[in-house]
Structure formats: C-alpha cells, structure tokens
Design a protein around this ligand. Sequence first.
Ligand SMILES: C=C(O[C@@H]1C=C(C(=O)O)C=C[C@H]1O)C(=O)O
Length: 749
Amino acid sequence: MRIERRTRIQVPLETNTEIKERPQPPPAHSGWQHGTHEDHPDRVGYKRHQQGSEKYPADIDLVHSLAFWGFGRDVKEERSDDVEGDEEDEDGRKKDEEGEGDIPVLEDKENAEPADNLALAEAGAEEVELVQEEVSDTMSLETVRNSLIEQEDTIIYSLMDRANYPLNPKMYESSSLIPGYDGSLVKFMVMETEAVHAKCGRYENPEELPFFPANLPSSLVSSQEYPKILHPAASSININELIWDFYFKNVLPLIAAPGDDGNYGKSAASDLICLQALSRRIHYGKFVAEVKFIEAPQDYEPEIHSQDADALMKLLTFEDVEEMVKRRVEKKAAVYGQRVGLDDSKTDQKPKVDPGVVSRLYDEWVMPLTKKVQATIQVGHYTHAQSTDVDIRTRWKIDSPAAAGIPVSPPRAPHHGIGFVPRQPADRHHFPSSRHHFLDHPQAPAPAPSDLPPLPRPPRCTRTIGILSSGLDQLMALDIKLKVAFVGPSLLHHAVSCGDFDAVRKLIKQRNTILARLSHEKADSILHVAASSENPFDMAKLLVELVLGFRHTGMNTSDNGDGVDRSVDDAACIDNIRRSEAEESERGEARGDLKQLESLIHDGTISMFSDQYGLTALQAANIKGHTEVVELLIRQGLDLECQDKEGHRPLHLAVEGGSVSTVQALIDRGADVNAAIRSGATPLYCYGRGSNLYMARVMGYGDIARQLEESRAAALHRSASVSSQRDGAASLGDRKERKHLVGVGGGEA
Ligand SMILES: C=C(O[C@@H]1C=C(C(=O)O)C=C[C@H]1O)C(=O)O
C-alpha cells in the first residue's frame, strides 16, 4: 500500500483538469454545472488507483487535489443556492442535473443527513489523505534545497573528473579536430549527445535543459508525465549559453592544468558531464522560485507587480544559506578529492580540485545564476500576473466531477497558464500547501464581462483560492472541473460524528481493512468522536461489534500483515466505551456502560470471539487491567480459565498487565494461581535455564507477586484442612479449591 501511495506522488497534477471556456454564456442562474460521476474520465483513473495500478494515471490536478484533500469534506451547499430548476427528490434533496441526485453531497456536521452519509459510504474512496501529505512533502523549500545539496556531489565529482586531464585547448577551437565540421570538438560532443538524449526523452523532464535546443529531435519514447509544477513559461527559461561561457572561460582554467595530452574524447565527455550538472543545478532555481513564491506569495507579489528586480533579488537571497553552501562545497571538495590509499602517508596529497575554487565557483557563478533564474521567472513571467482572490463553491460529491464557474483574467497566450493558490490558512490541512498549479488553458473567445454569471453569495462552505494569470485583457469565466473523493478513515470519522449508523456499518463492511489500518491515534479519535455523537454508547458499541465481528470472521486479521497484536484494540474499544460512559456520567447522564457491555455479551458478540492468537475479550481486558470489565465478563460467564494458543489464562495476562486489582478480582473469583502455560510458567513462576523465577517479579510487579504468594499460601492452608477432613464429610469443596489442590503439586515441581 505504501508503495502505491508513493507511486502516487509522481502523478502529474493537472493533466486532466479542464478549464473550459464557456462555449456560450452560462445560464444566468448559475455559476456552475454538475456532471455525473460515471461520465468523468477521472473516474476510471481513480478506480485504477484503487486497484493499485503501478503507473498511476494522470488524473489528478490541483483542483482535484483541492477537492481530494477535503475541500468538500465539511462543505454543504446552502439549499437556497441550488441550481434553479433542479428537481427535489422525495427527501427534499435537490437532484443533480445529470446525476439524478444519486451521488451524495457531503454535508457538514450540523446538517448531515444520514441518507447522504450512507451514500457517501457507498462511494467512499481511500488513500487520498496520505497522498496529500506526500504530495505536499514533495515540494517545499526544504526538499528543493535538499536536492541542491545532493547535486553538489555530482558537480564536485564531475569537476574532479575533468581535473584528471589537462586543458586540451584544441578541443575548444573551431574546425580543428573534426574534418568538415566547423565547430569545436566539445560542441560536437555536446550537440550529438543531446540529440541522442532528446530522442530518449531526456528533455521532456523539466529539470533537464539542452545547450543546443535548436533542431533537437523529438523524443521517440512514450514519455512519462512529469508533474507540471512550474509555470508553463518556465520552460522557456534556458540560460545554458551563460553557463557555457562561464564554464569554459572561468571555471575550466581553474580546474584543468595547462597542457595537451591528446585525450580529447575523454576530456570532452567530462566537460559535457560538468556542463549538464551545472545546468541542472542552476535551472533548479525555477523550482526554488516556485516554492518561495508559494510559501509566501504575499511577500513576492508586490515586488512582482512593481517589477522591482532589486527588491525581488533581496527577497530571493538568503545570505546565511549561501554562506553555508559555500562552506559545505569547499569541505566536500576537500574530502571527496582525497586520494585514499591503504598507506596513510599518501593521503595528504592535494585534493583533485582546489576546494577554494569550488567555493568560488558557487559564490561567483552558480548561486548568482540560480538566483537569476529565480528572478527571471518571478519578474519576466509574472510581469503581468494578475492575482485575484475568488470564492468558489459547488456541490461536492464523492468521486465525481463537479464544476465551478470562475471569472478570471484570460492569459495572453495559450501557453500561458493560470494558477490556483490556496488562500485560507485554515485550509492548510486540506490544501496541498506548498504548491500552486498552472493549468494549460485553451484560447477562448471571452464573453463580455456583462455576460458573466454573478458570483453567488458566498455561503459558509466557500473556499477561496487565489488565481494568478499572466496577462489581462478582459474578464472571462472558466469552468473548472473538480473531483471530490474522500478517504475511508475520514469518511468513517464523518459518519461516526454524524451518528450515522448505517453508513458506519456499510463503510466498515465494504472496507474491512479500514479499522485495522487506523493508527491508534486515529482509532482513538474516532472513538472520541463516537463518544461525543448523539448516541455515544450505541455508536461505540457498534464500532466494537464491527471490529470484533470482522476479527471473528477472520476478515481482518491475516491480511493486515503488520505483526501488530490487535487484540489490545478490543480492550481499547471496551476501554473507550467506559471512557465515553464516564464522560457521560460527568455530564449527569449516567448510563451504566457496563450494562451496555452486558448487552454486547448477551448478543454473543464478545464471548464468541477469539482472535488469531486465541485471545478472548476477557484476556484482552486483563492485559489492559480493566478490572470492572473483567468482573463483568466473569459474571457473564466467560470462562475464567480460557486459554490462548500458548496456554495463557486470564490470570497470566492480568499478571502481565500489572494491575493489582485485576489480579485480585481473578483470584477472588477462584482463578487457578498455579495454572501453567505451555512453557511451564505459572502466574508465580517462570521455569527456564535451570532457575525458578517469579513471573510477577520478573515483570517487576512486587505487589502482585506478594498477592499471588498469599493466595497460594491460603490455598495450601485450605488444602491442608481439606485433607484433614478427607475422611470426614468427604466434601470435595468447590471447584476452585480442587483446582488449587491439583495446582500446588504441579506449580512447585
Ligand atoms: C537557492 C536558494 O536561493 C538563493 C540561492 C542560493 C543557491 O543558489 O544556493 C542560496 C540561497 C539563496 O540566496 C535558496 O534559498 O536555497
């Protein structure tokens, strides 16, 4: 599953987003339209993802992402804003124009209707929340800087390789080495290599830029979709000419010794590697610019608009970071450049490349050029950027397209883009926070501004996104398509909080791994939500039933594969029932949680269950030290001496759990203090390696050890009096005394 999610990060984020021009002015009554969930191409893609396809289809765009990330999670469109002409179904719910209302609208908590949640449960999707985390992880200033750090190694090693050869000046002279070719050998090497690499798709990758882009052959390889993180205009930024110049004029003479060894092919190949590494690093400034802008658009926008290049450069510059970079590359060059031999005396030779030169290379060229790339993007390509905050809202439906009409400024040229920036800090958890996306936009005849649909009054579910567009001539409206999906656990959370029993049941039934895959924190939080729902106990009880039911039928144990002993969850559930009850009591609405537990037992749910380790609820409660629950379970007739696969009885587990009162409860009820598990250990004694150890003492529970000793002594005492009466009334005593009698001999073997 994890791998699947990681694959998911590679998803191009906007391929399928449709920003459509309006073919005709939109109906005056509405700013949006809805489609069915069947007809949307994304649906196919989404399904494929659910099935775990290796290459995740390119179906997620930012806007989808917004929706995915819970954009609609607590969204409810106000009825009054519904599209005119929508019919109402029997429940008074508006039917979707095309979808016949079959796809649910996710209601917010206060307004949730169980029927909707049920449908949500039917349509629920999973995986998404985690994707969000990872998607936002992929692009941040930190991750971009980490990449720059890694690239330092490539640069330093390639420079070191070039330093193995002398300058070989002939390589750089035109028409000198290749008959009939009027360029230099190095140029020939670079051009020819780039042609081959282009055919293989290298320059489809936005990180790679050719030195000779003119007439490059197209890729023959069916290309991978790269996330379109960058402004489309970023692809036109290529400062390789500058890099070429400074490399040959300034850098090469500092790293290669004068002279000519005739080793042209190898040294030209080495130049190529240096150039490519420097180019990739410097053009990585594009990504730096994106993330810097995204992380603080409010800082950059004024400078972008006023085109104040100096101010922008200042903003883009982090002197302390630059200082660190210089020191680090210098150190790396010193360390990597050592000649390592077995003979220590030979290691103090000069590094292959002067570390000072590497530091200077970064200081004078690499970093300034990286910043140049950053500034070029920001100034040059956002020159006419318009930033508008727009409220969008729609009916959010699971796994289905929805659309919103958004008035934006049209881009000047088709290749210019429109970006969406999440604006509301409160939505940080829902939006991928560290990126905005530019969406390719087909040129469109824009309707006259007066034709624009009025933006409906923003209801409370409205989210605001910032829209950036390069170029502004006139306003136009765009329909954007959105897709809404929800994660299983979130949906469960939602259904639980709404007190929607049917939806909860359905969700867990459909996705029986949901609960198993919940982290303890999430499970806890769901139980907490249950505790504060309208029928807290019933909801908690339902969850327990479902968990136990699935475990019992074995649906939820083996495929989990994480080696986690889930038995404790059951006790945790019971514990939570108790907690929710305690909270209720505090509010003066005492309900008697144990009573409820009793009803569970009467239903047979608990008593019939034992997990893959043979643990029953009684044993689970013992491990957790839930004395009251233990007492109740015993009262209800659960077997006091039930054994798991290793022979652990409730008392063994109570000792392990370390609760004095639970141990006492079992002893009082007559649990056998001498019962041995398979390995021979009793609650008191562990047998092993020739010595007898106190199991309770081994566990560090002195009190419990004493307790057991006393109980054992009492049992011995009773047994003595029983034997003295053997010829008397010949009463066998109660069952528990007999057990003690039998146990004593075995226990002290
Ligand atoms: C790359 C960044 O932008 C600028 C350029 C730097 C570089 O090229 O290494 C370092 C710090 C910044 O002044 C950054 O902030 O990390």
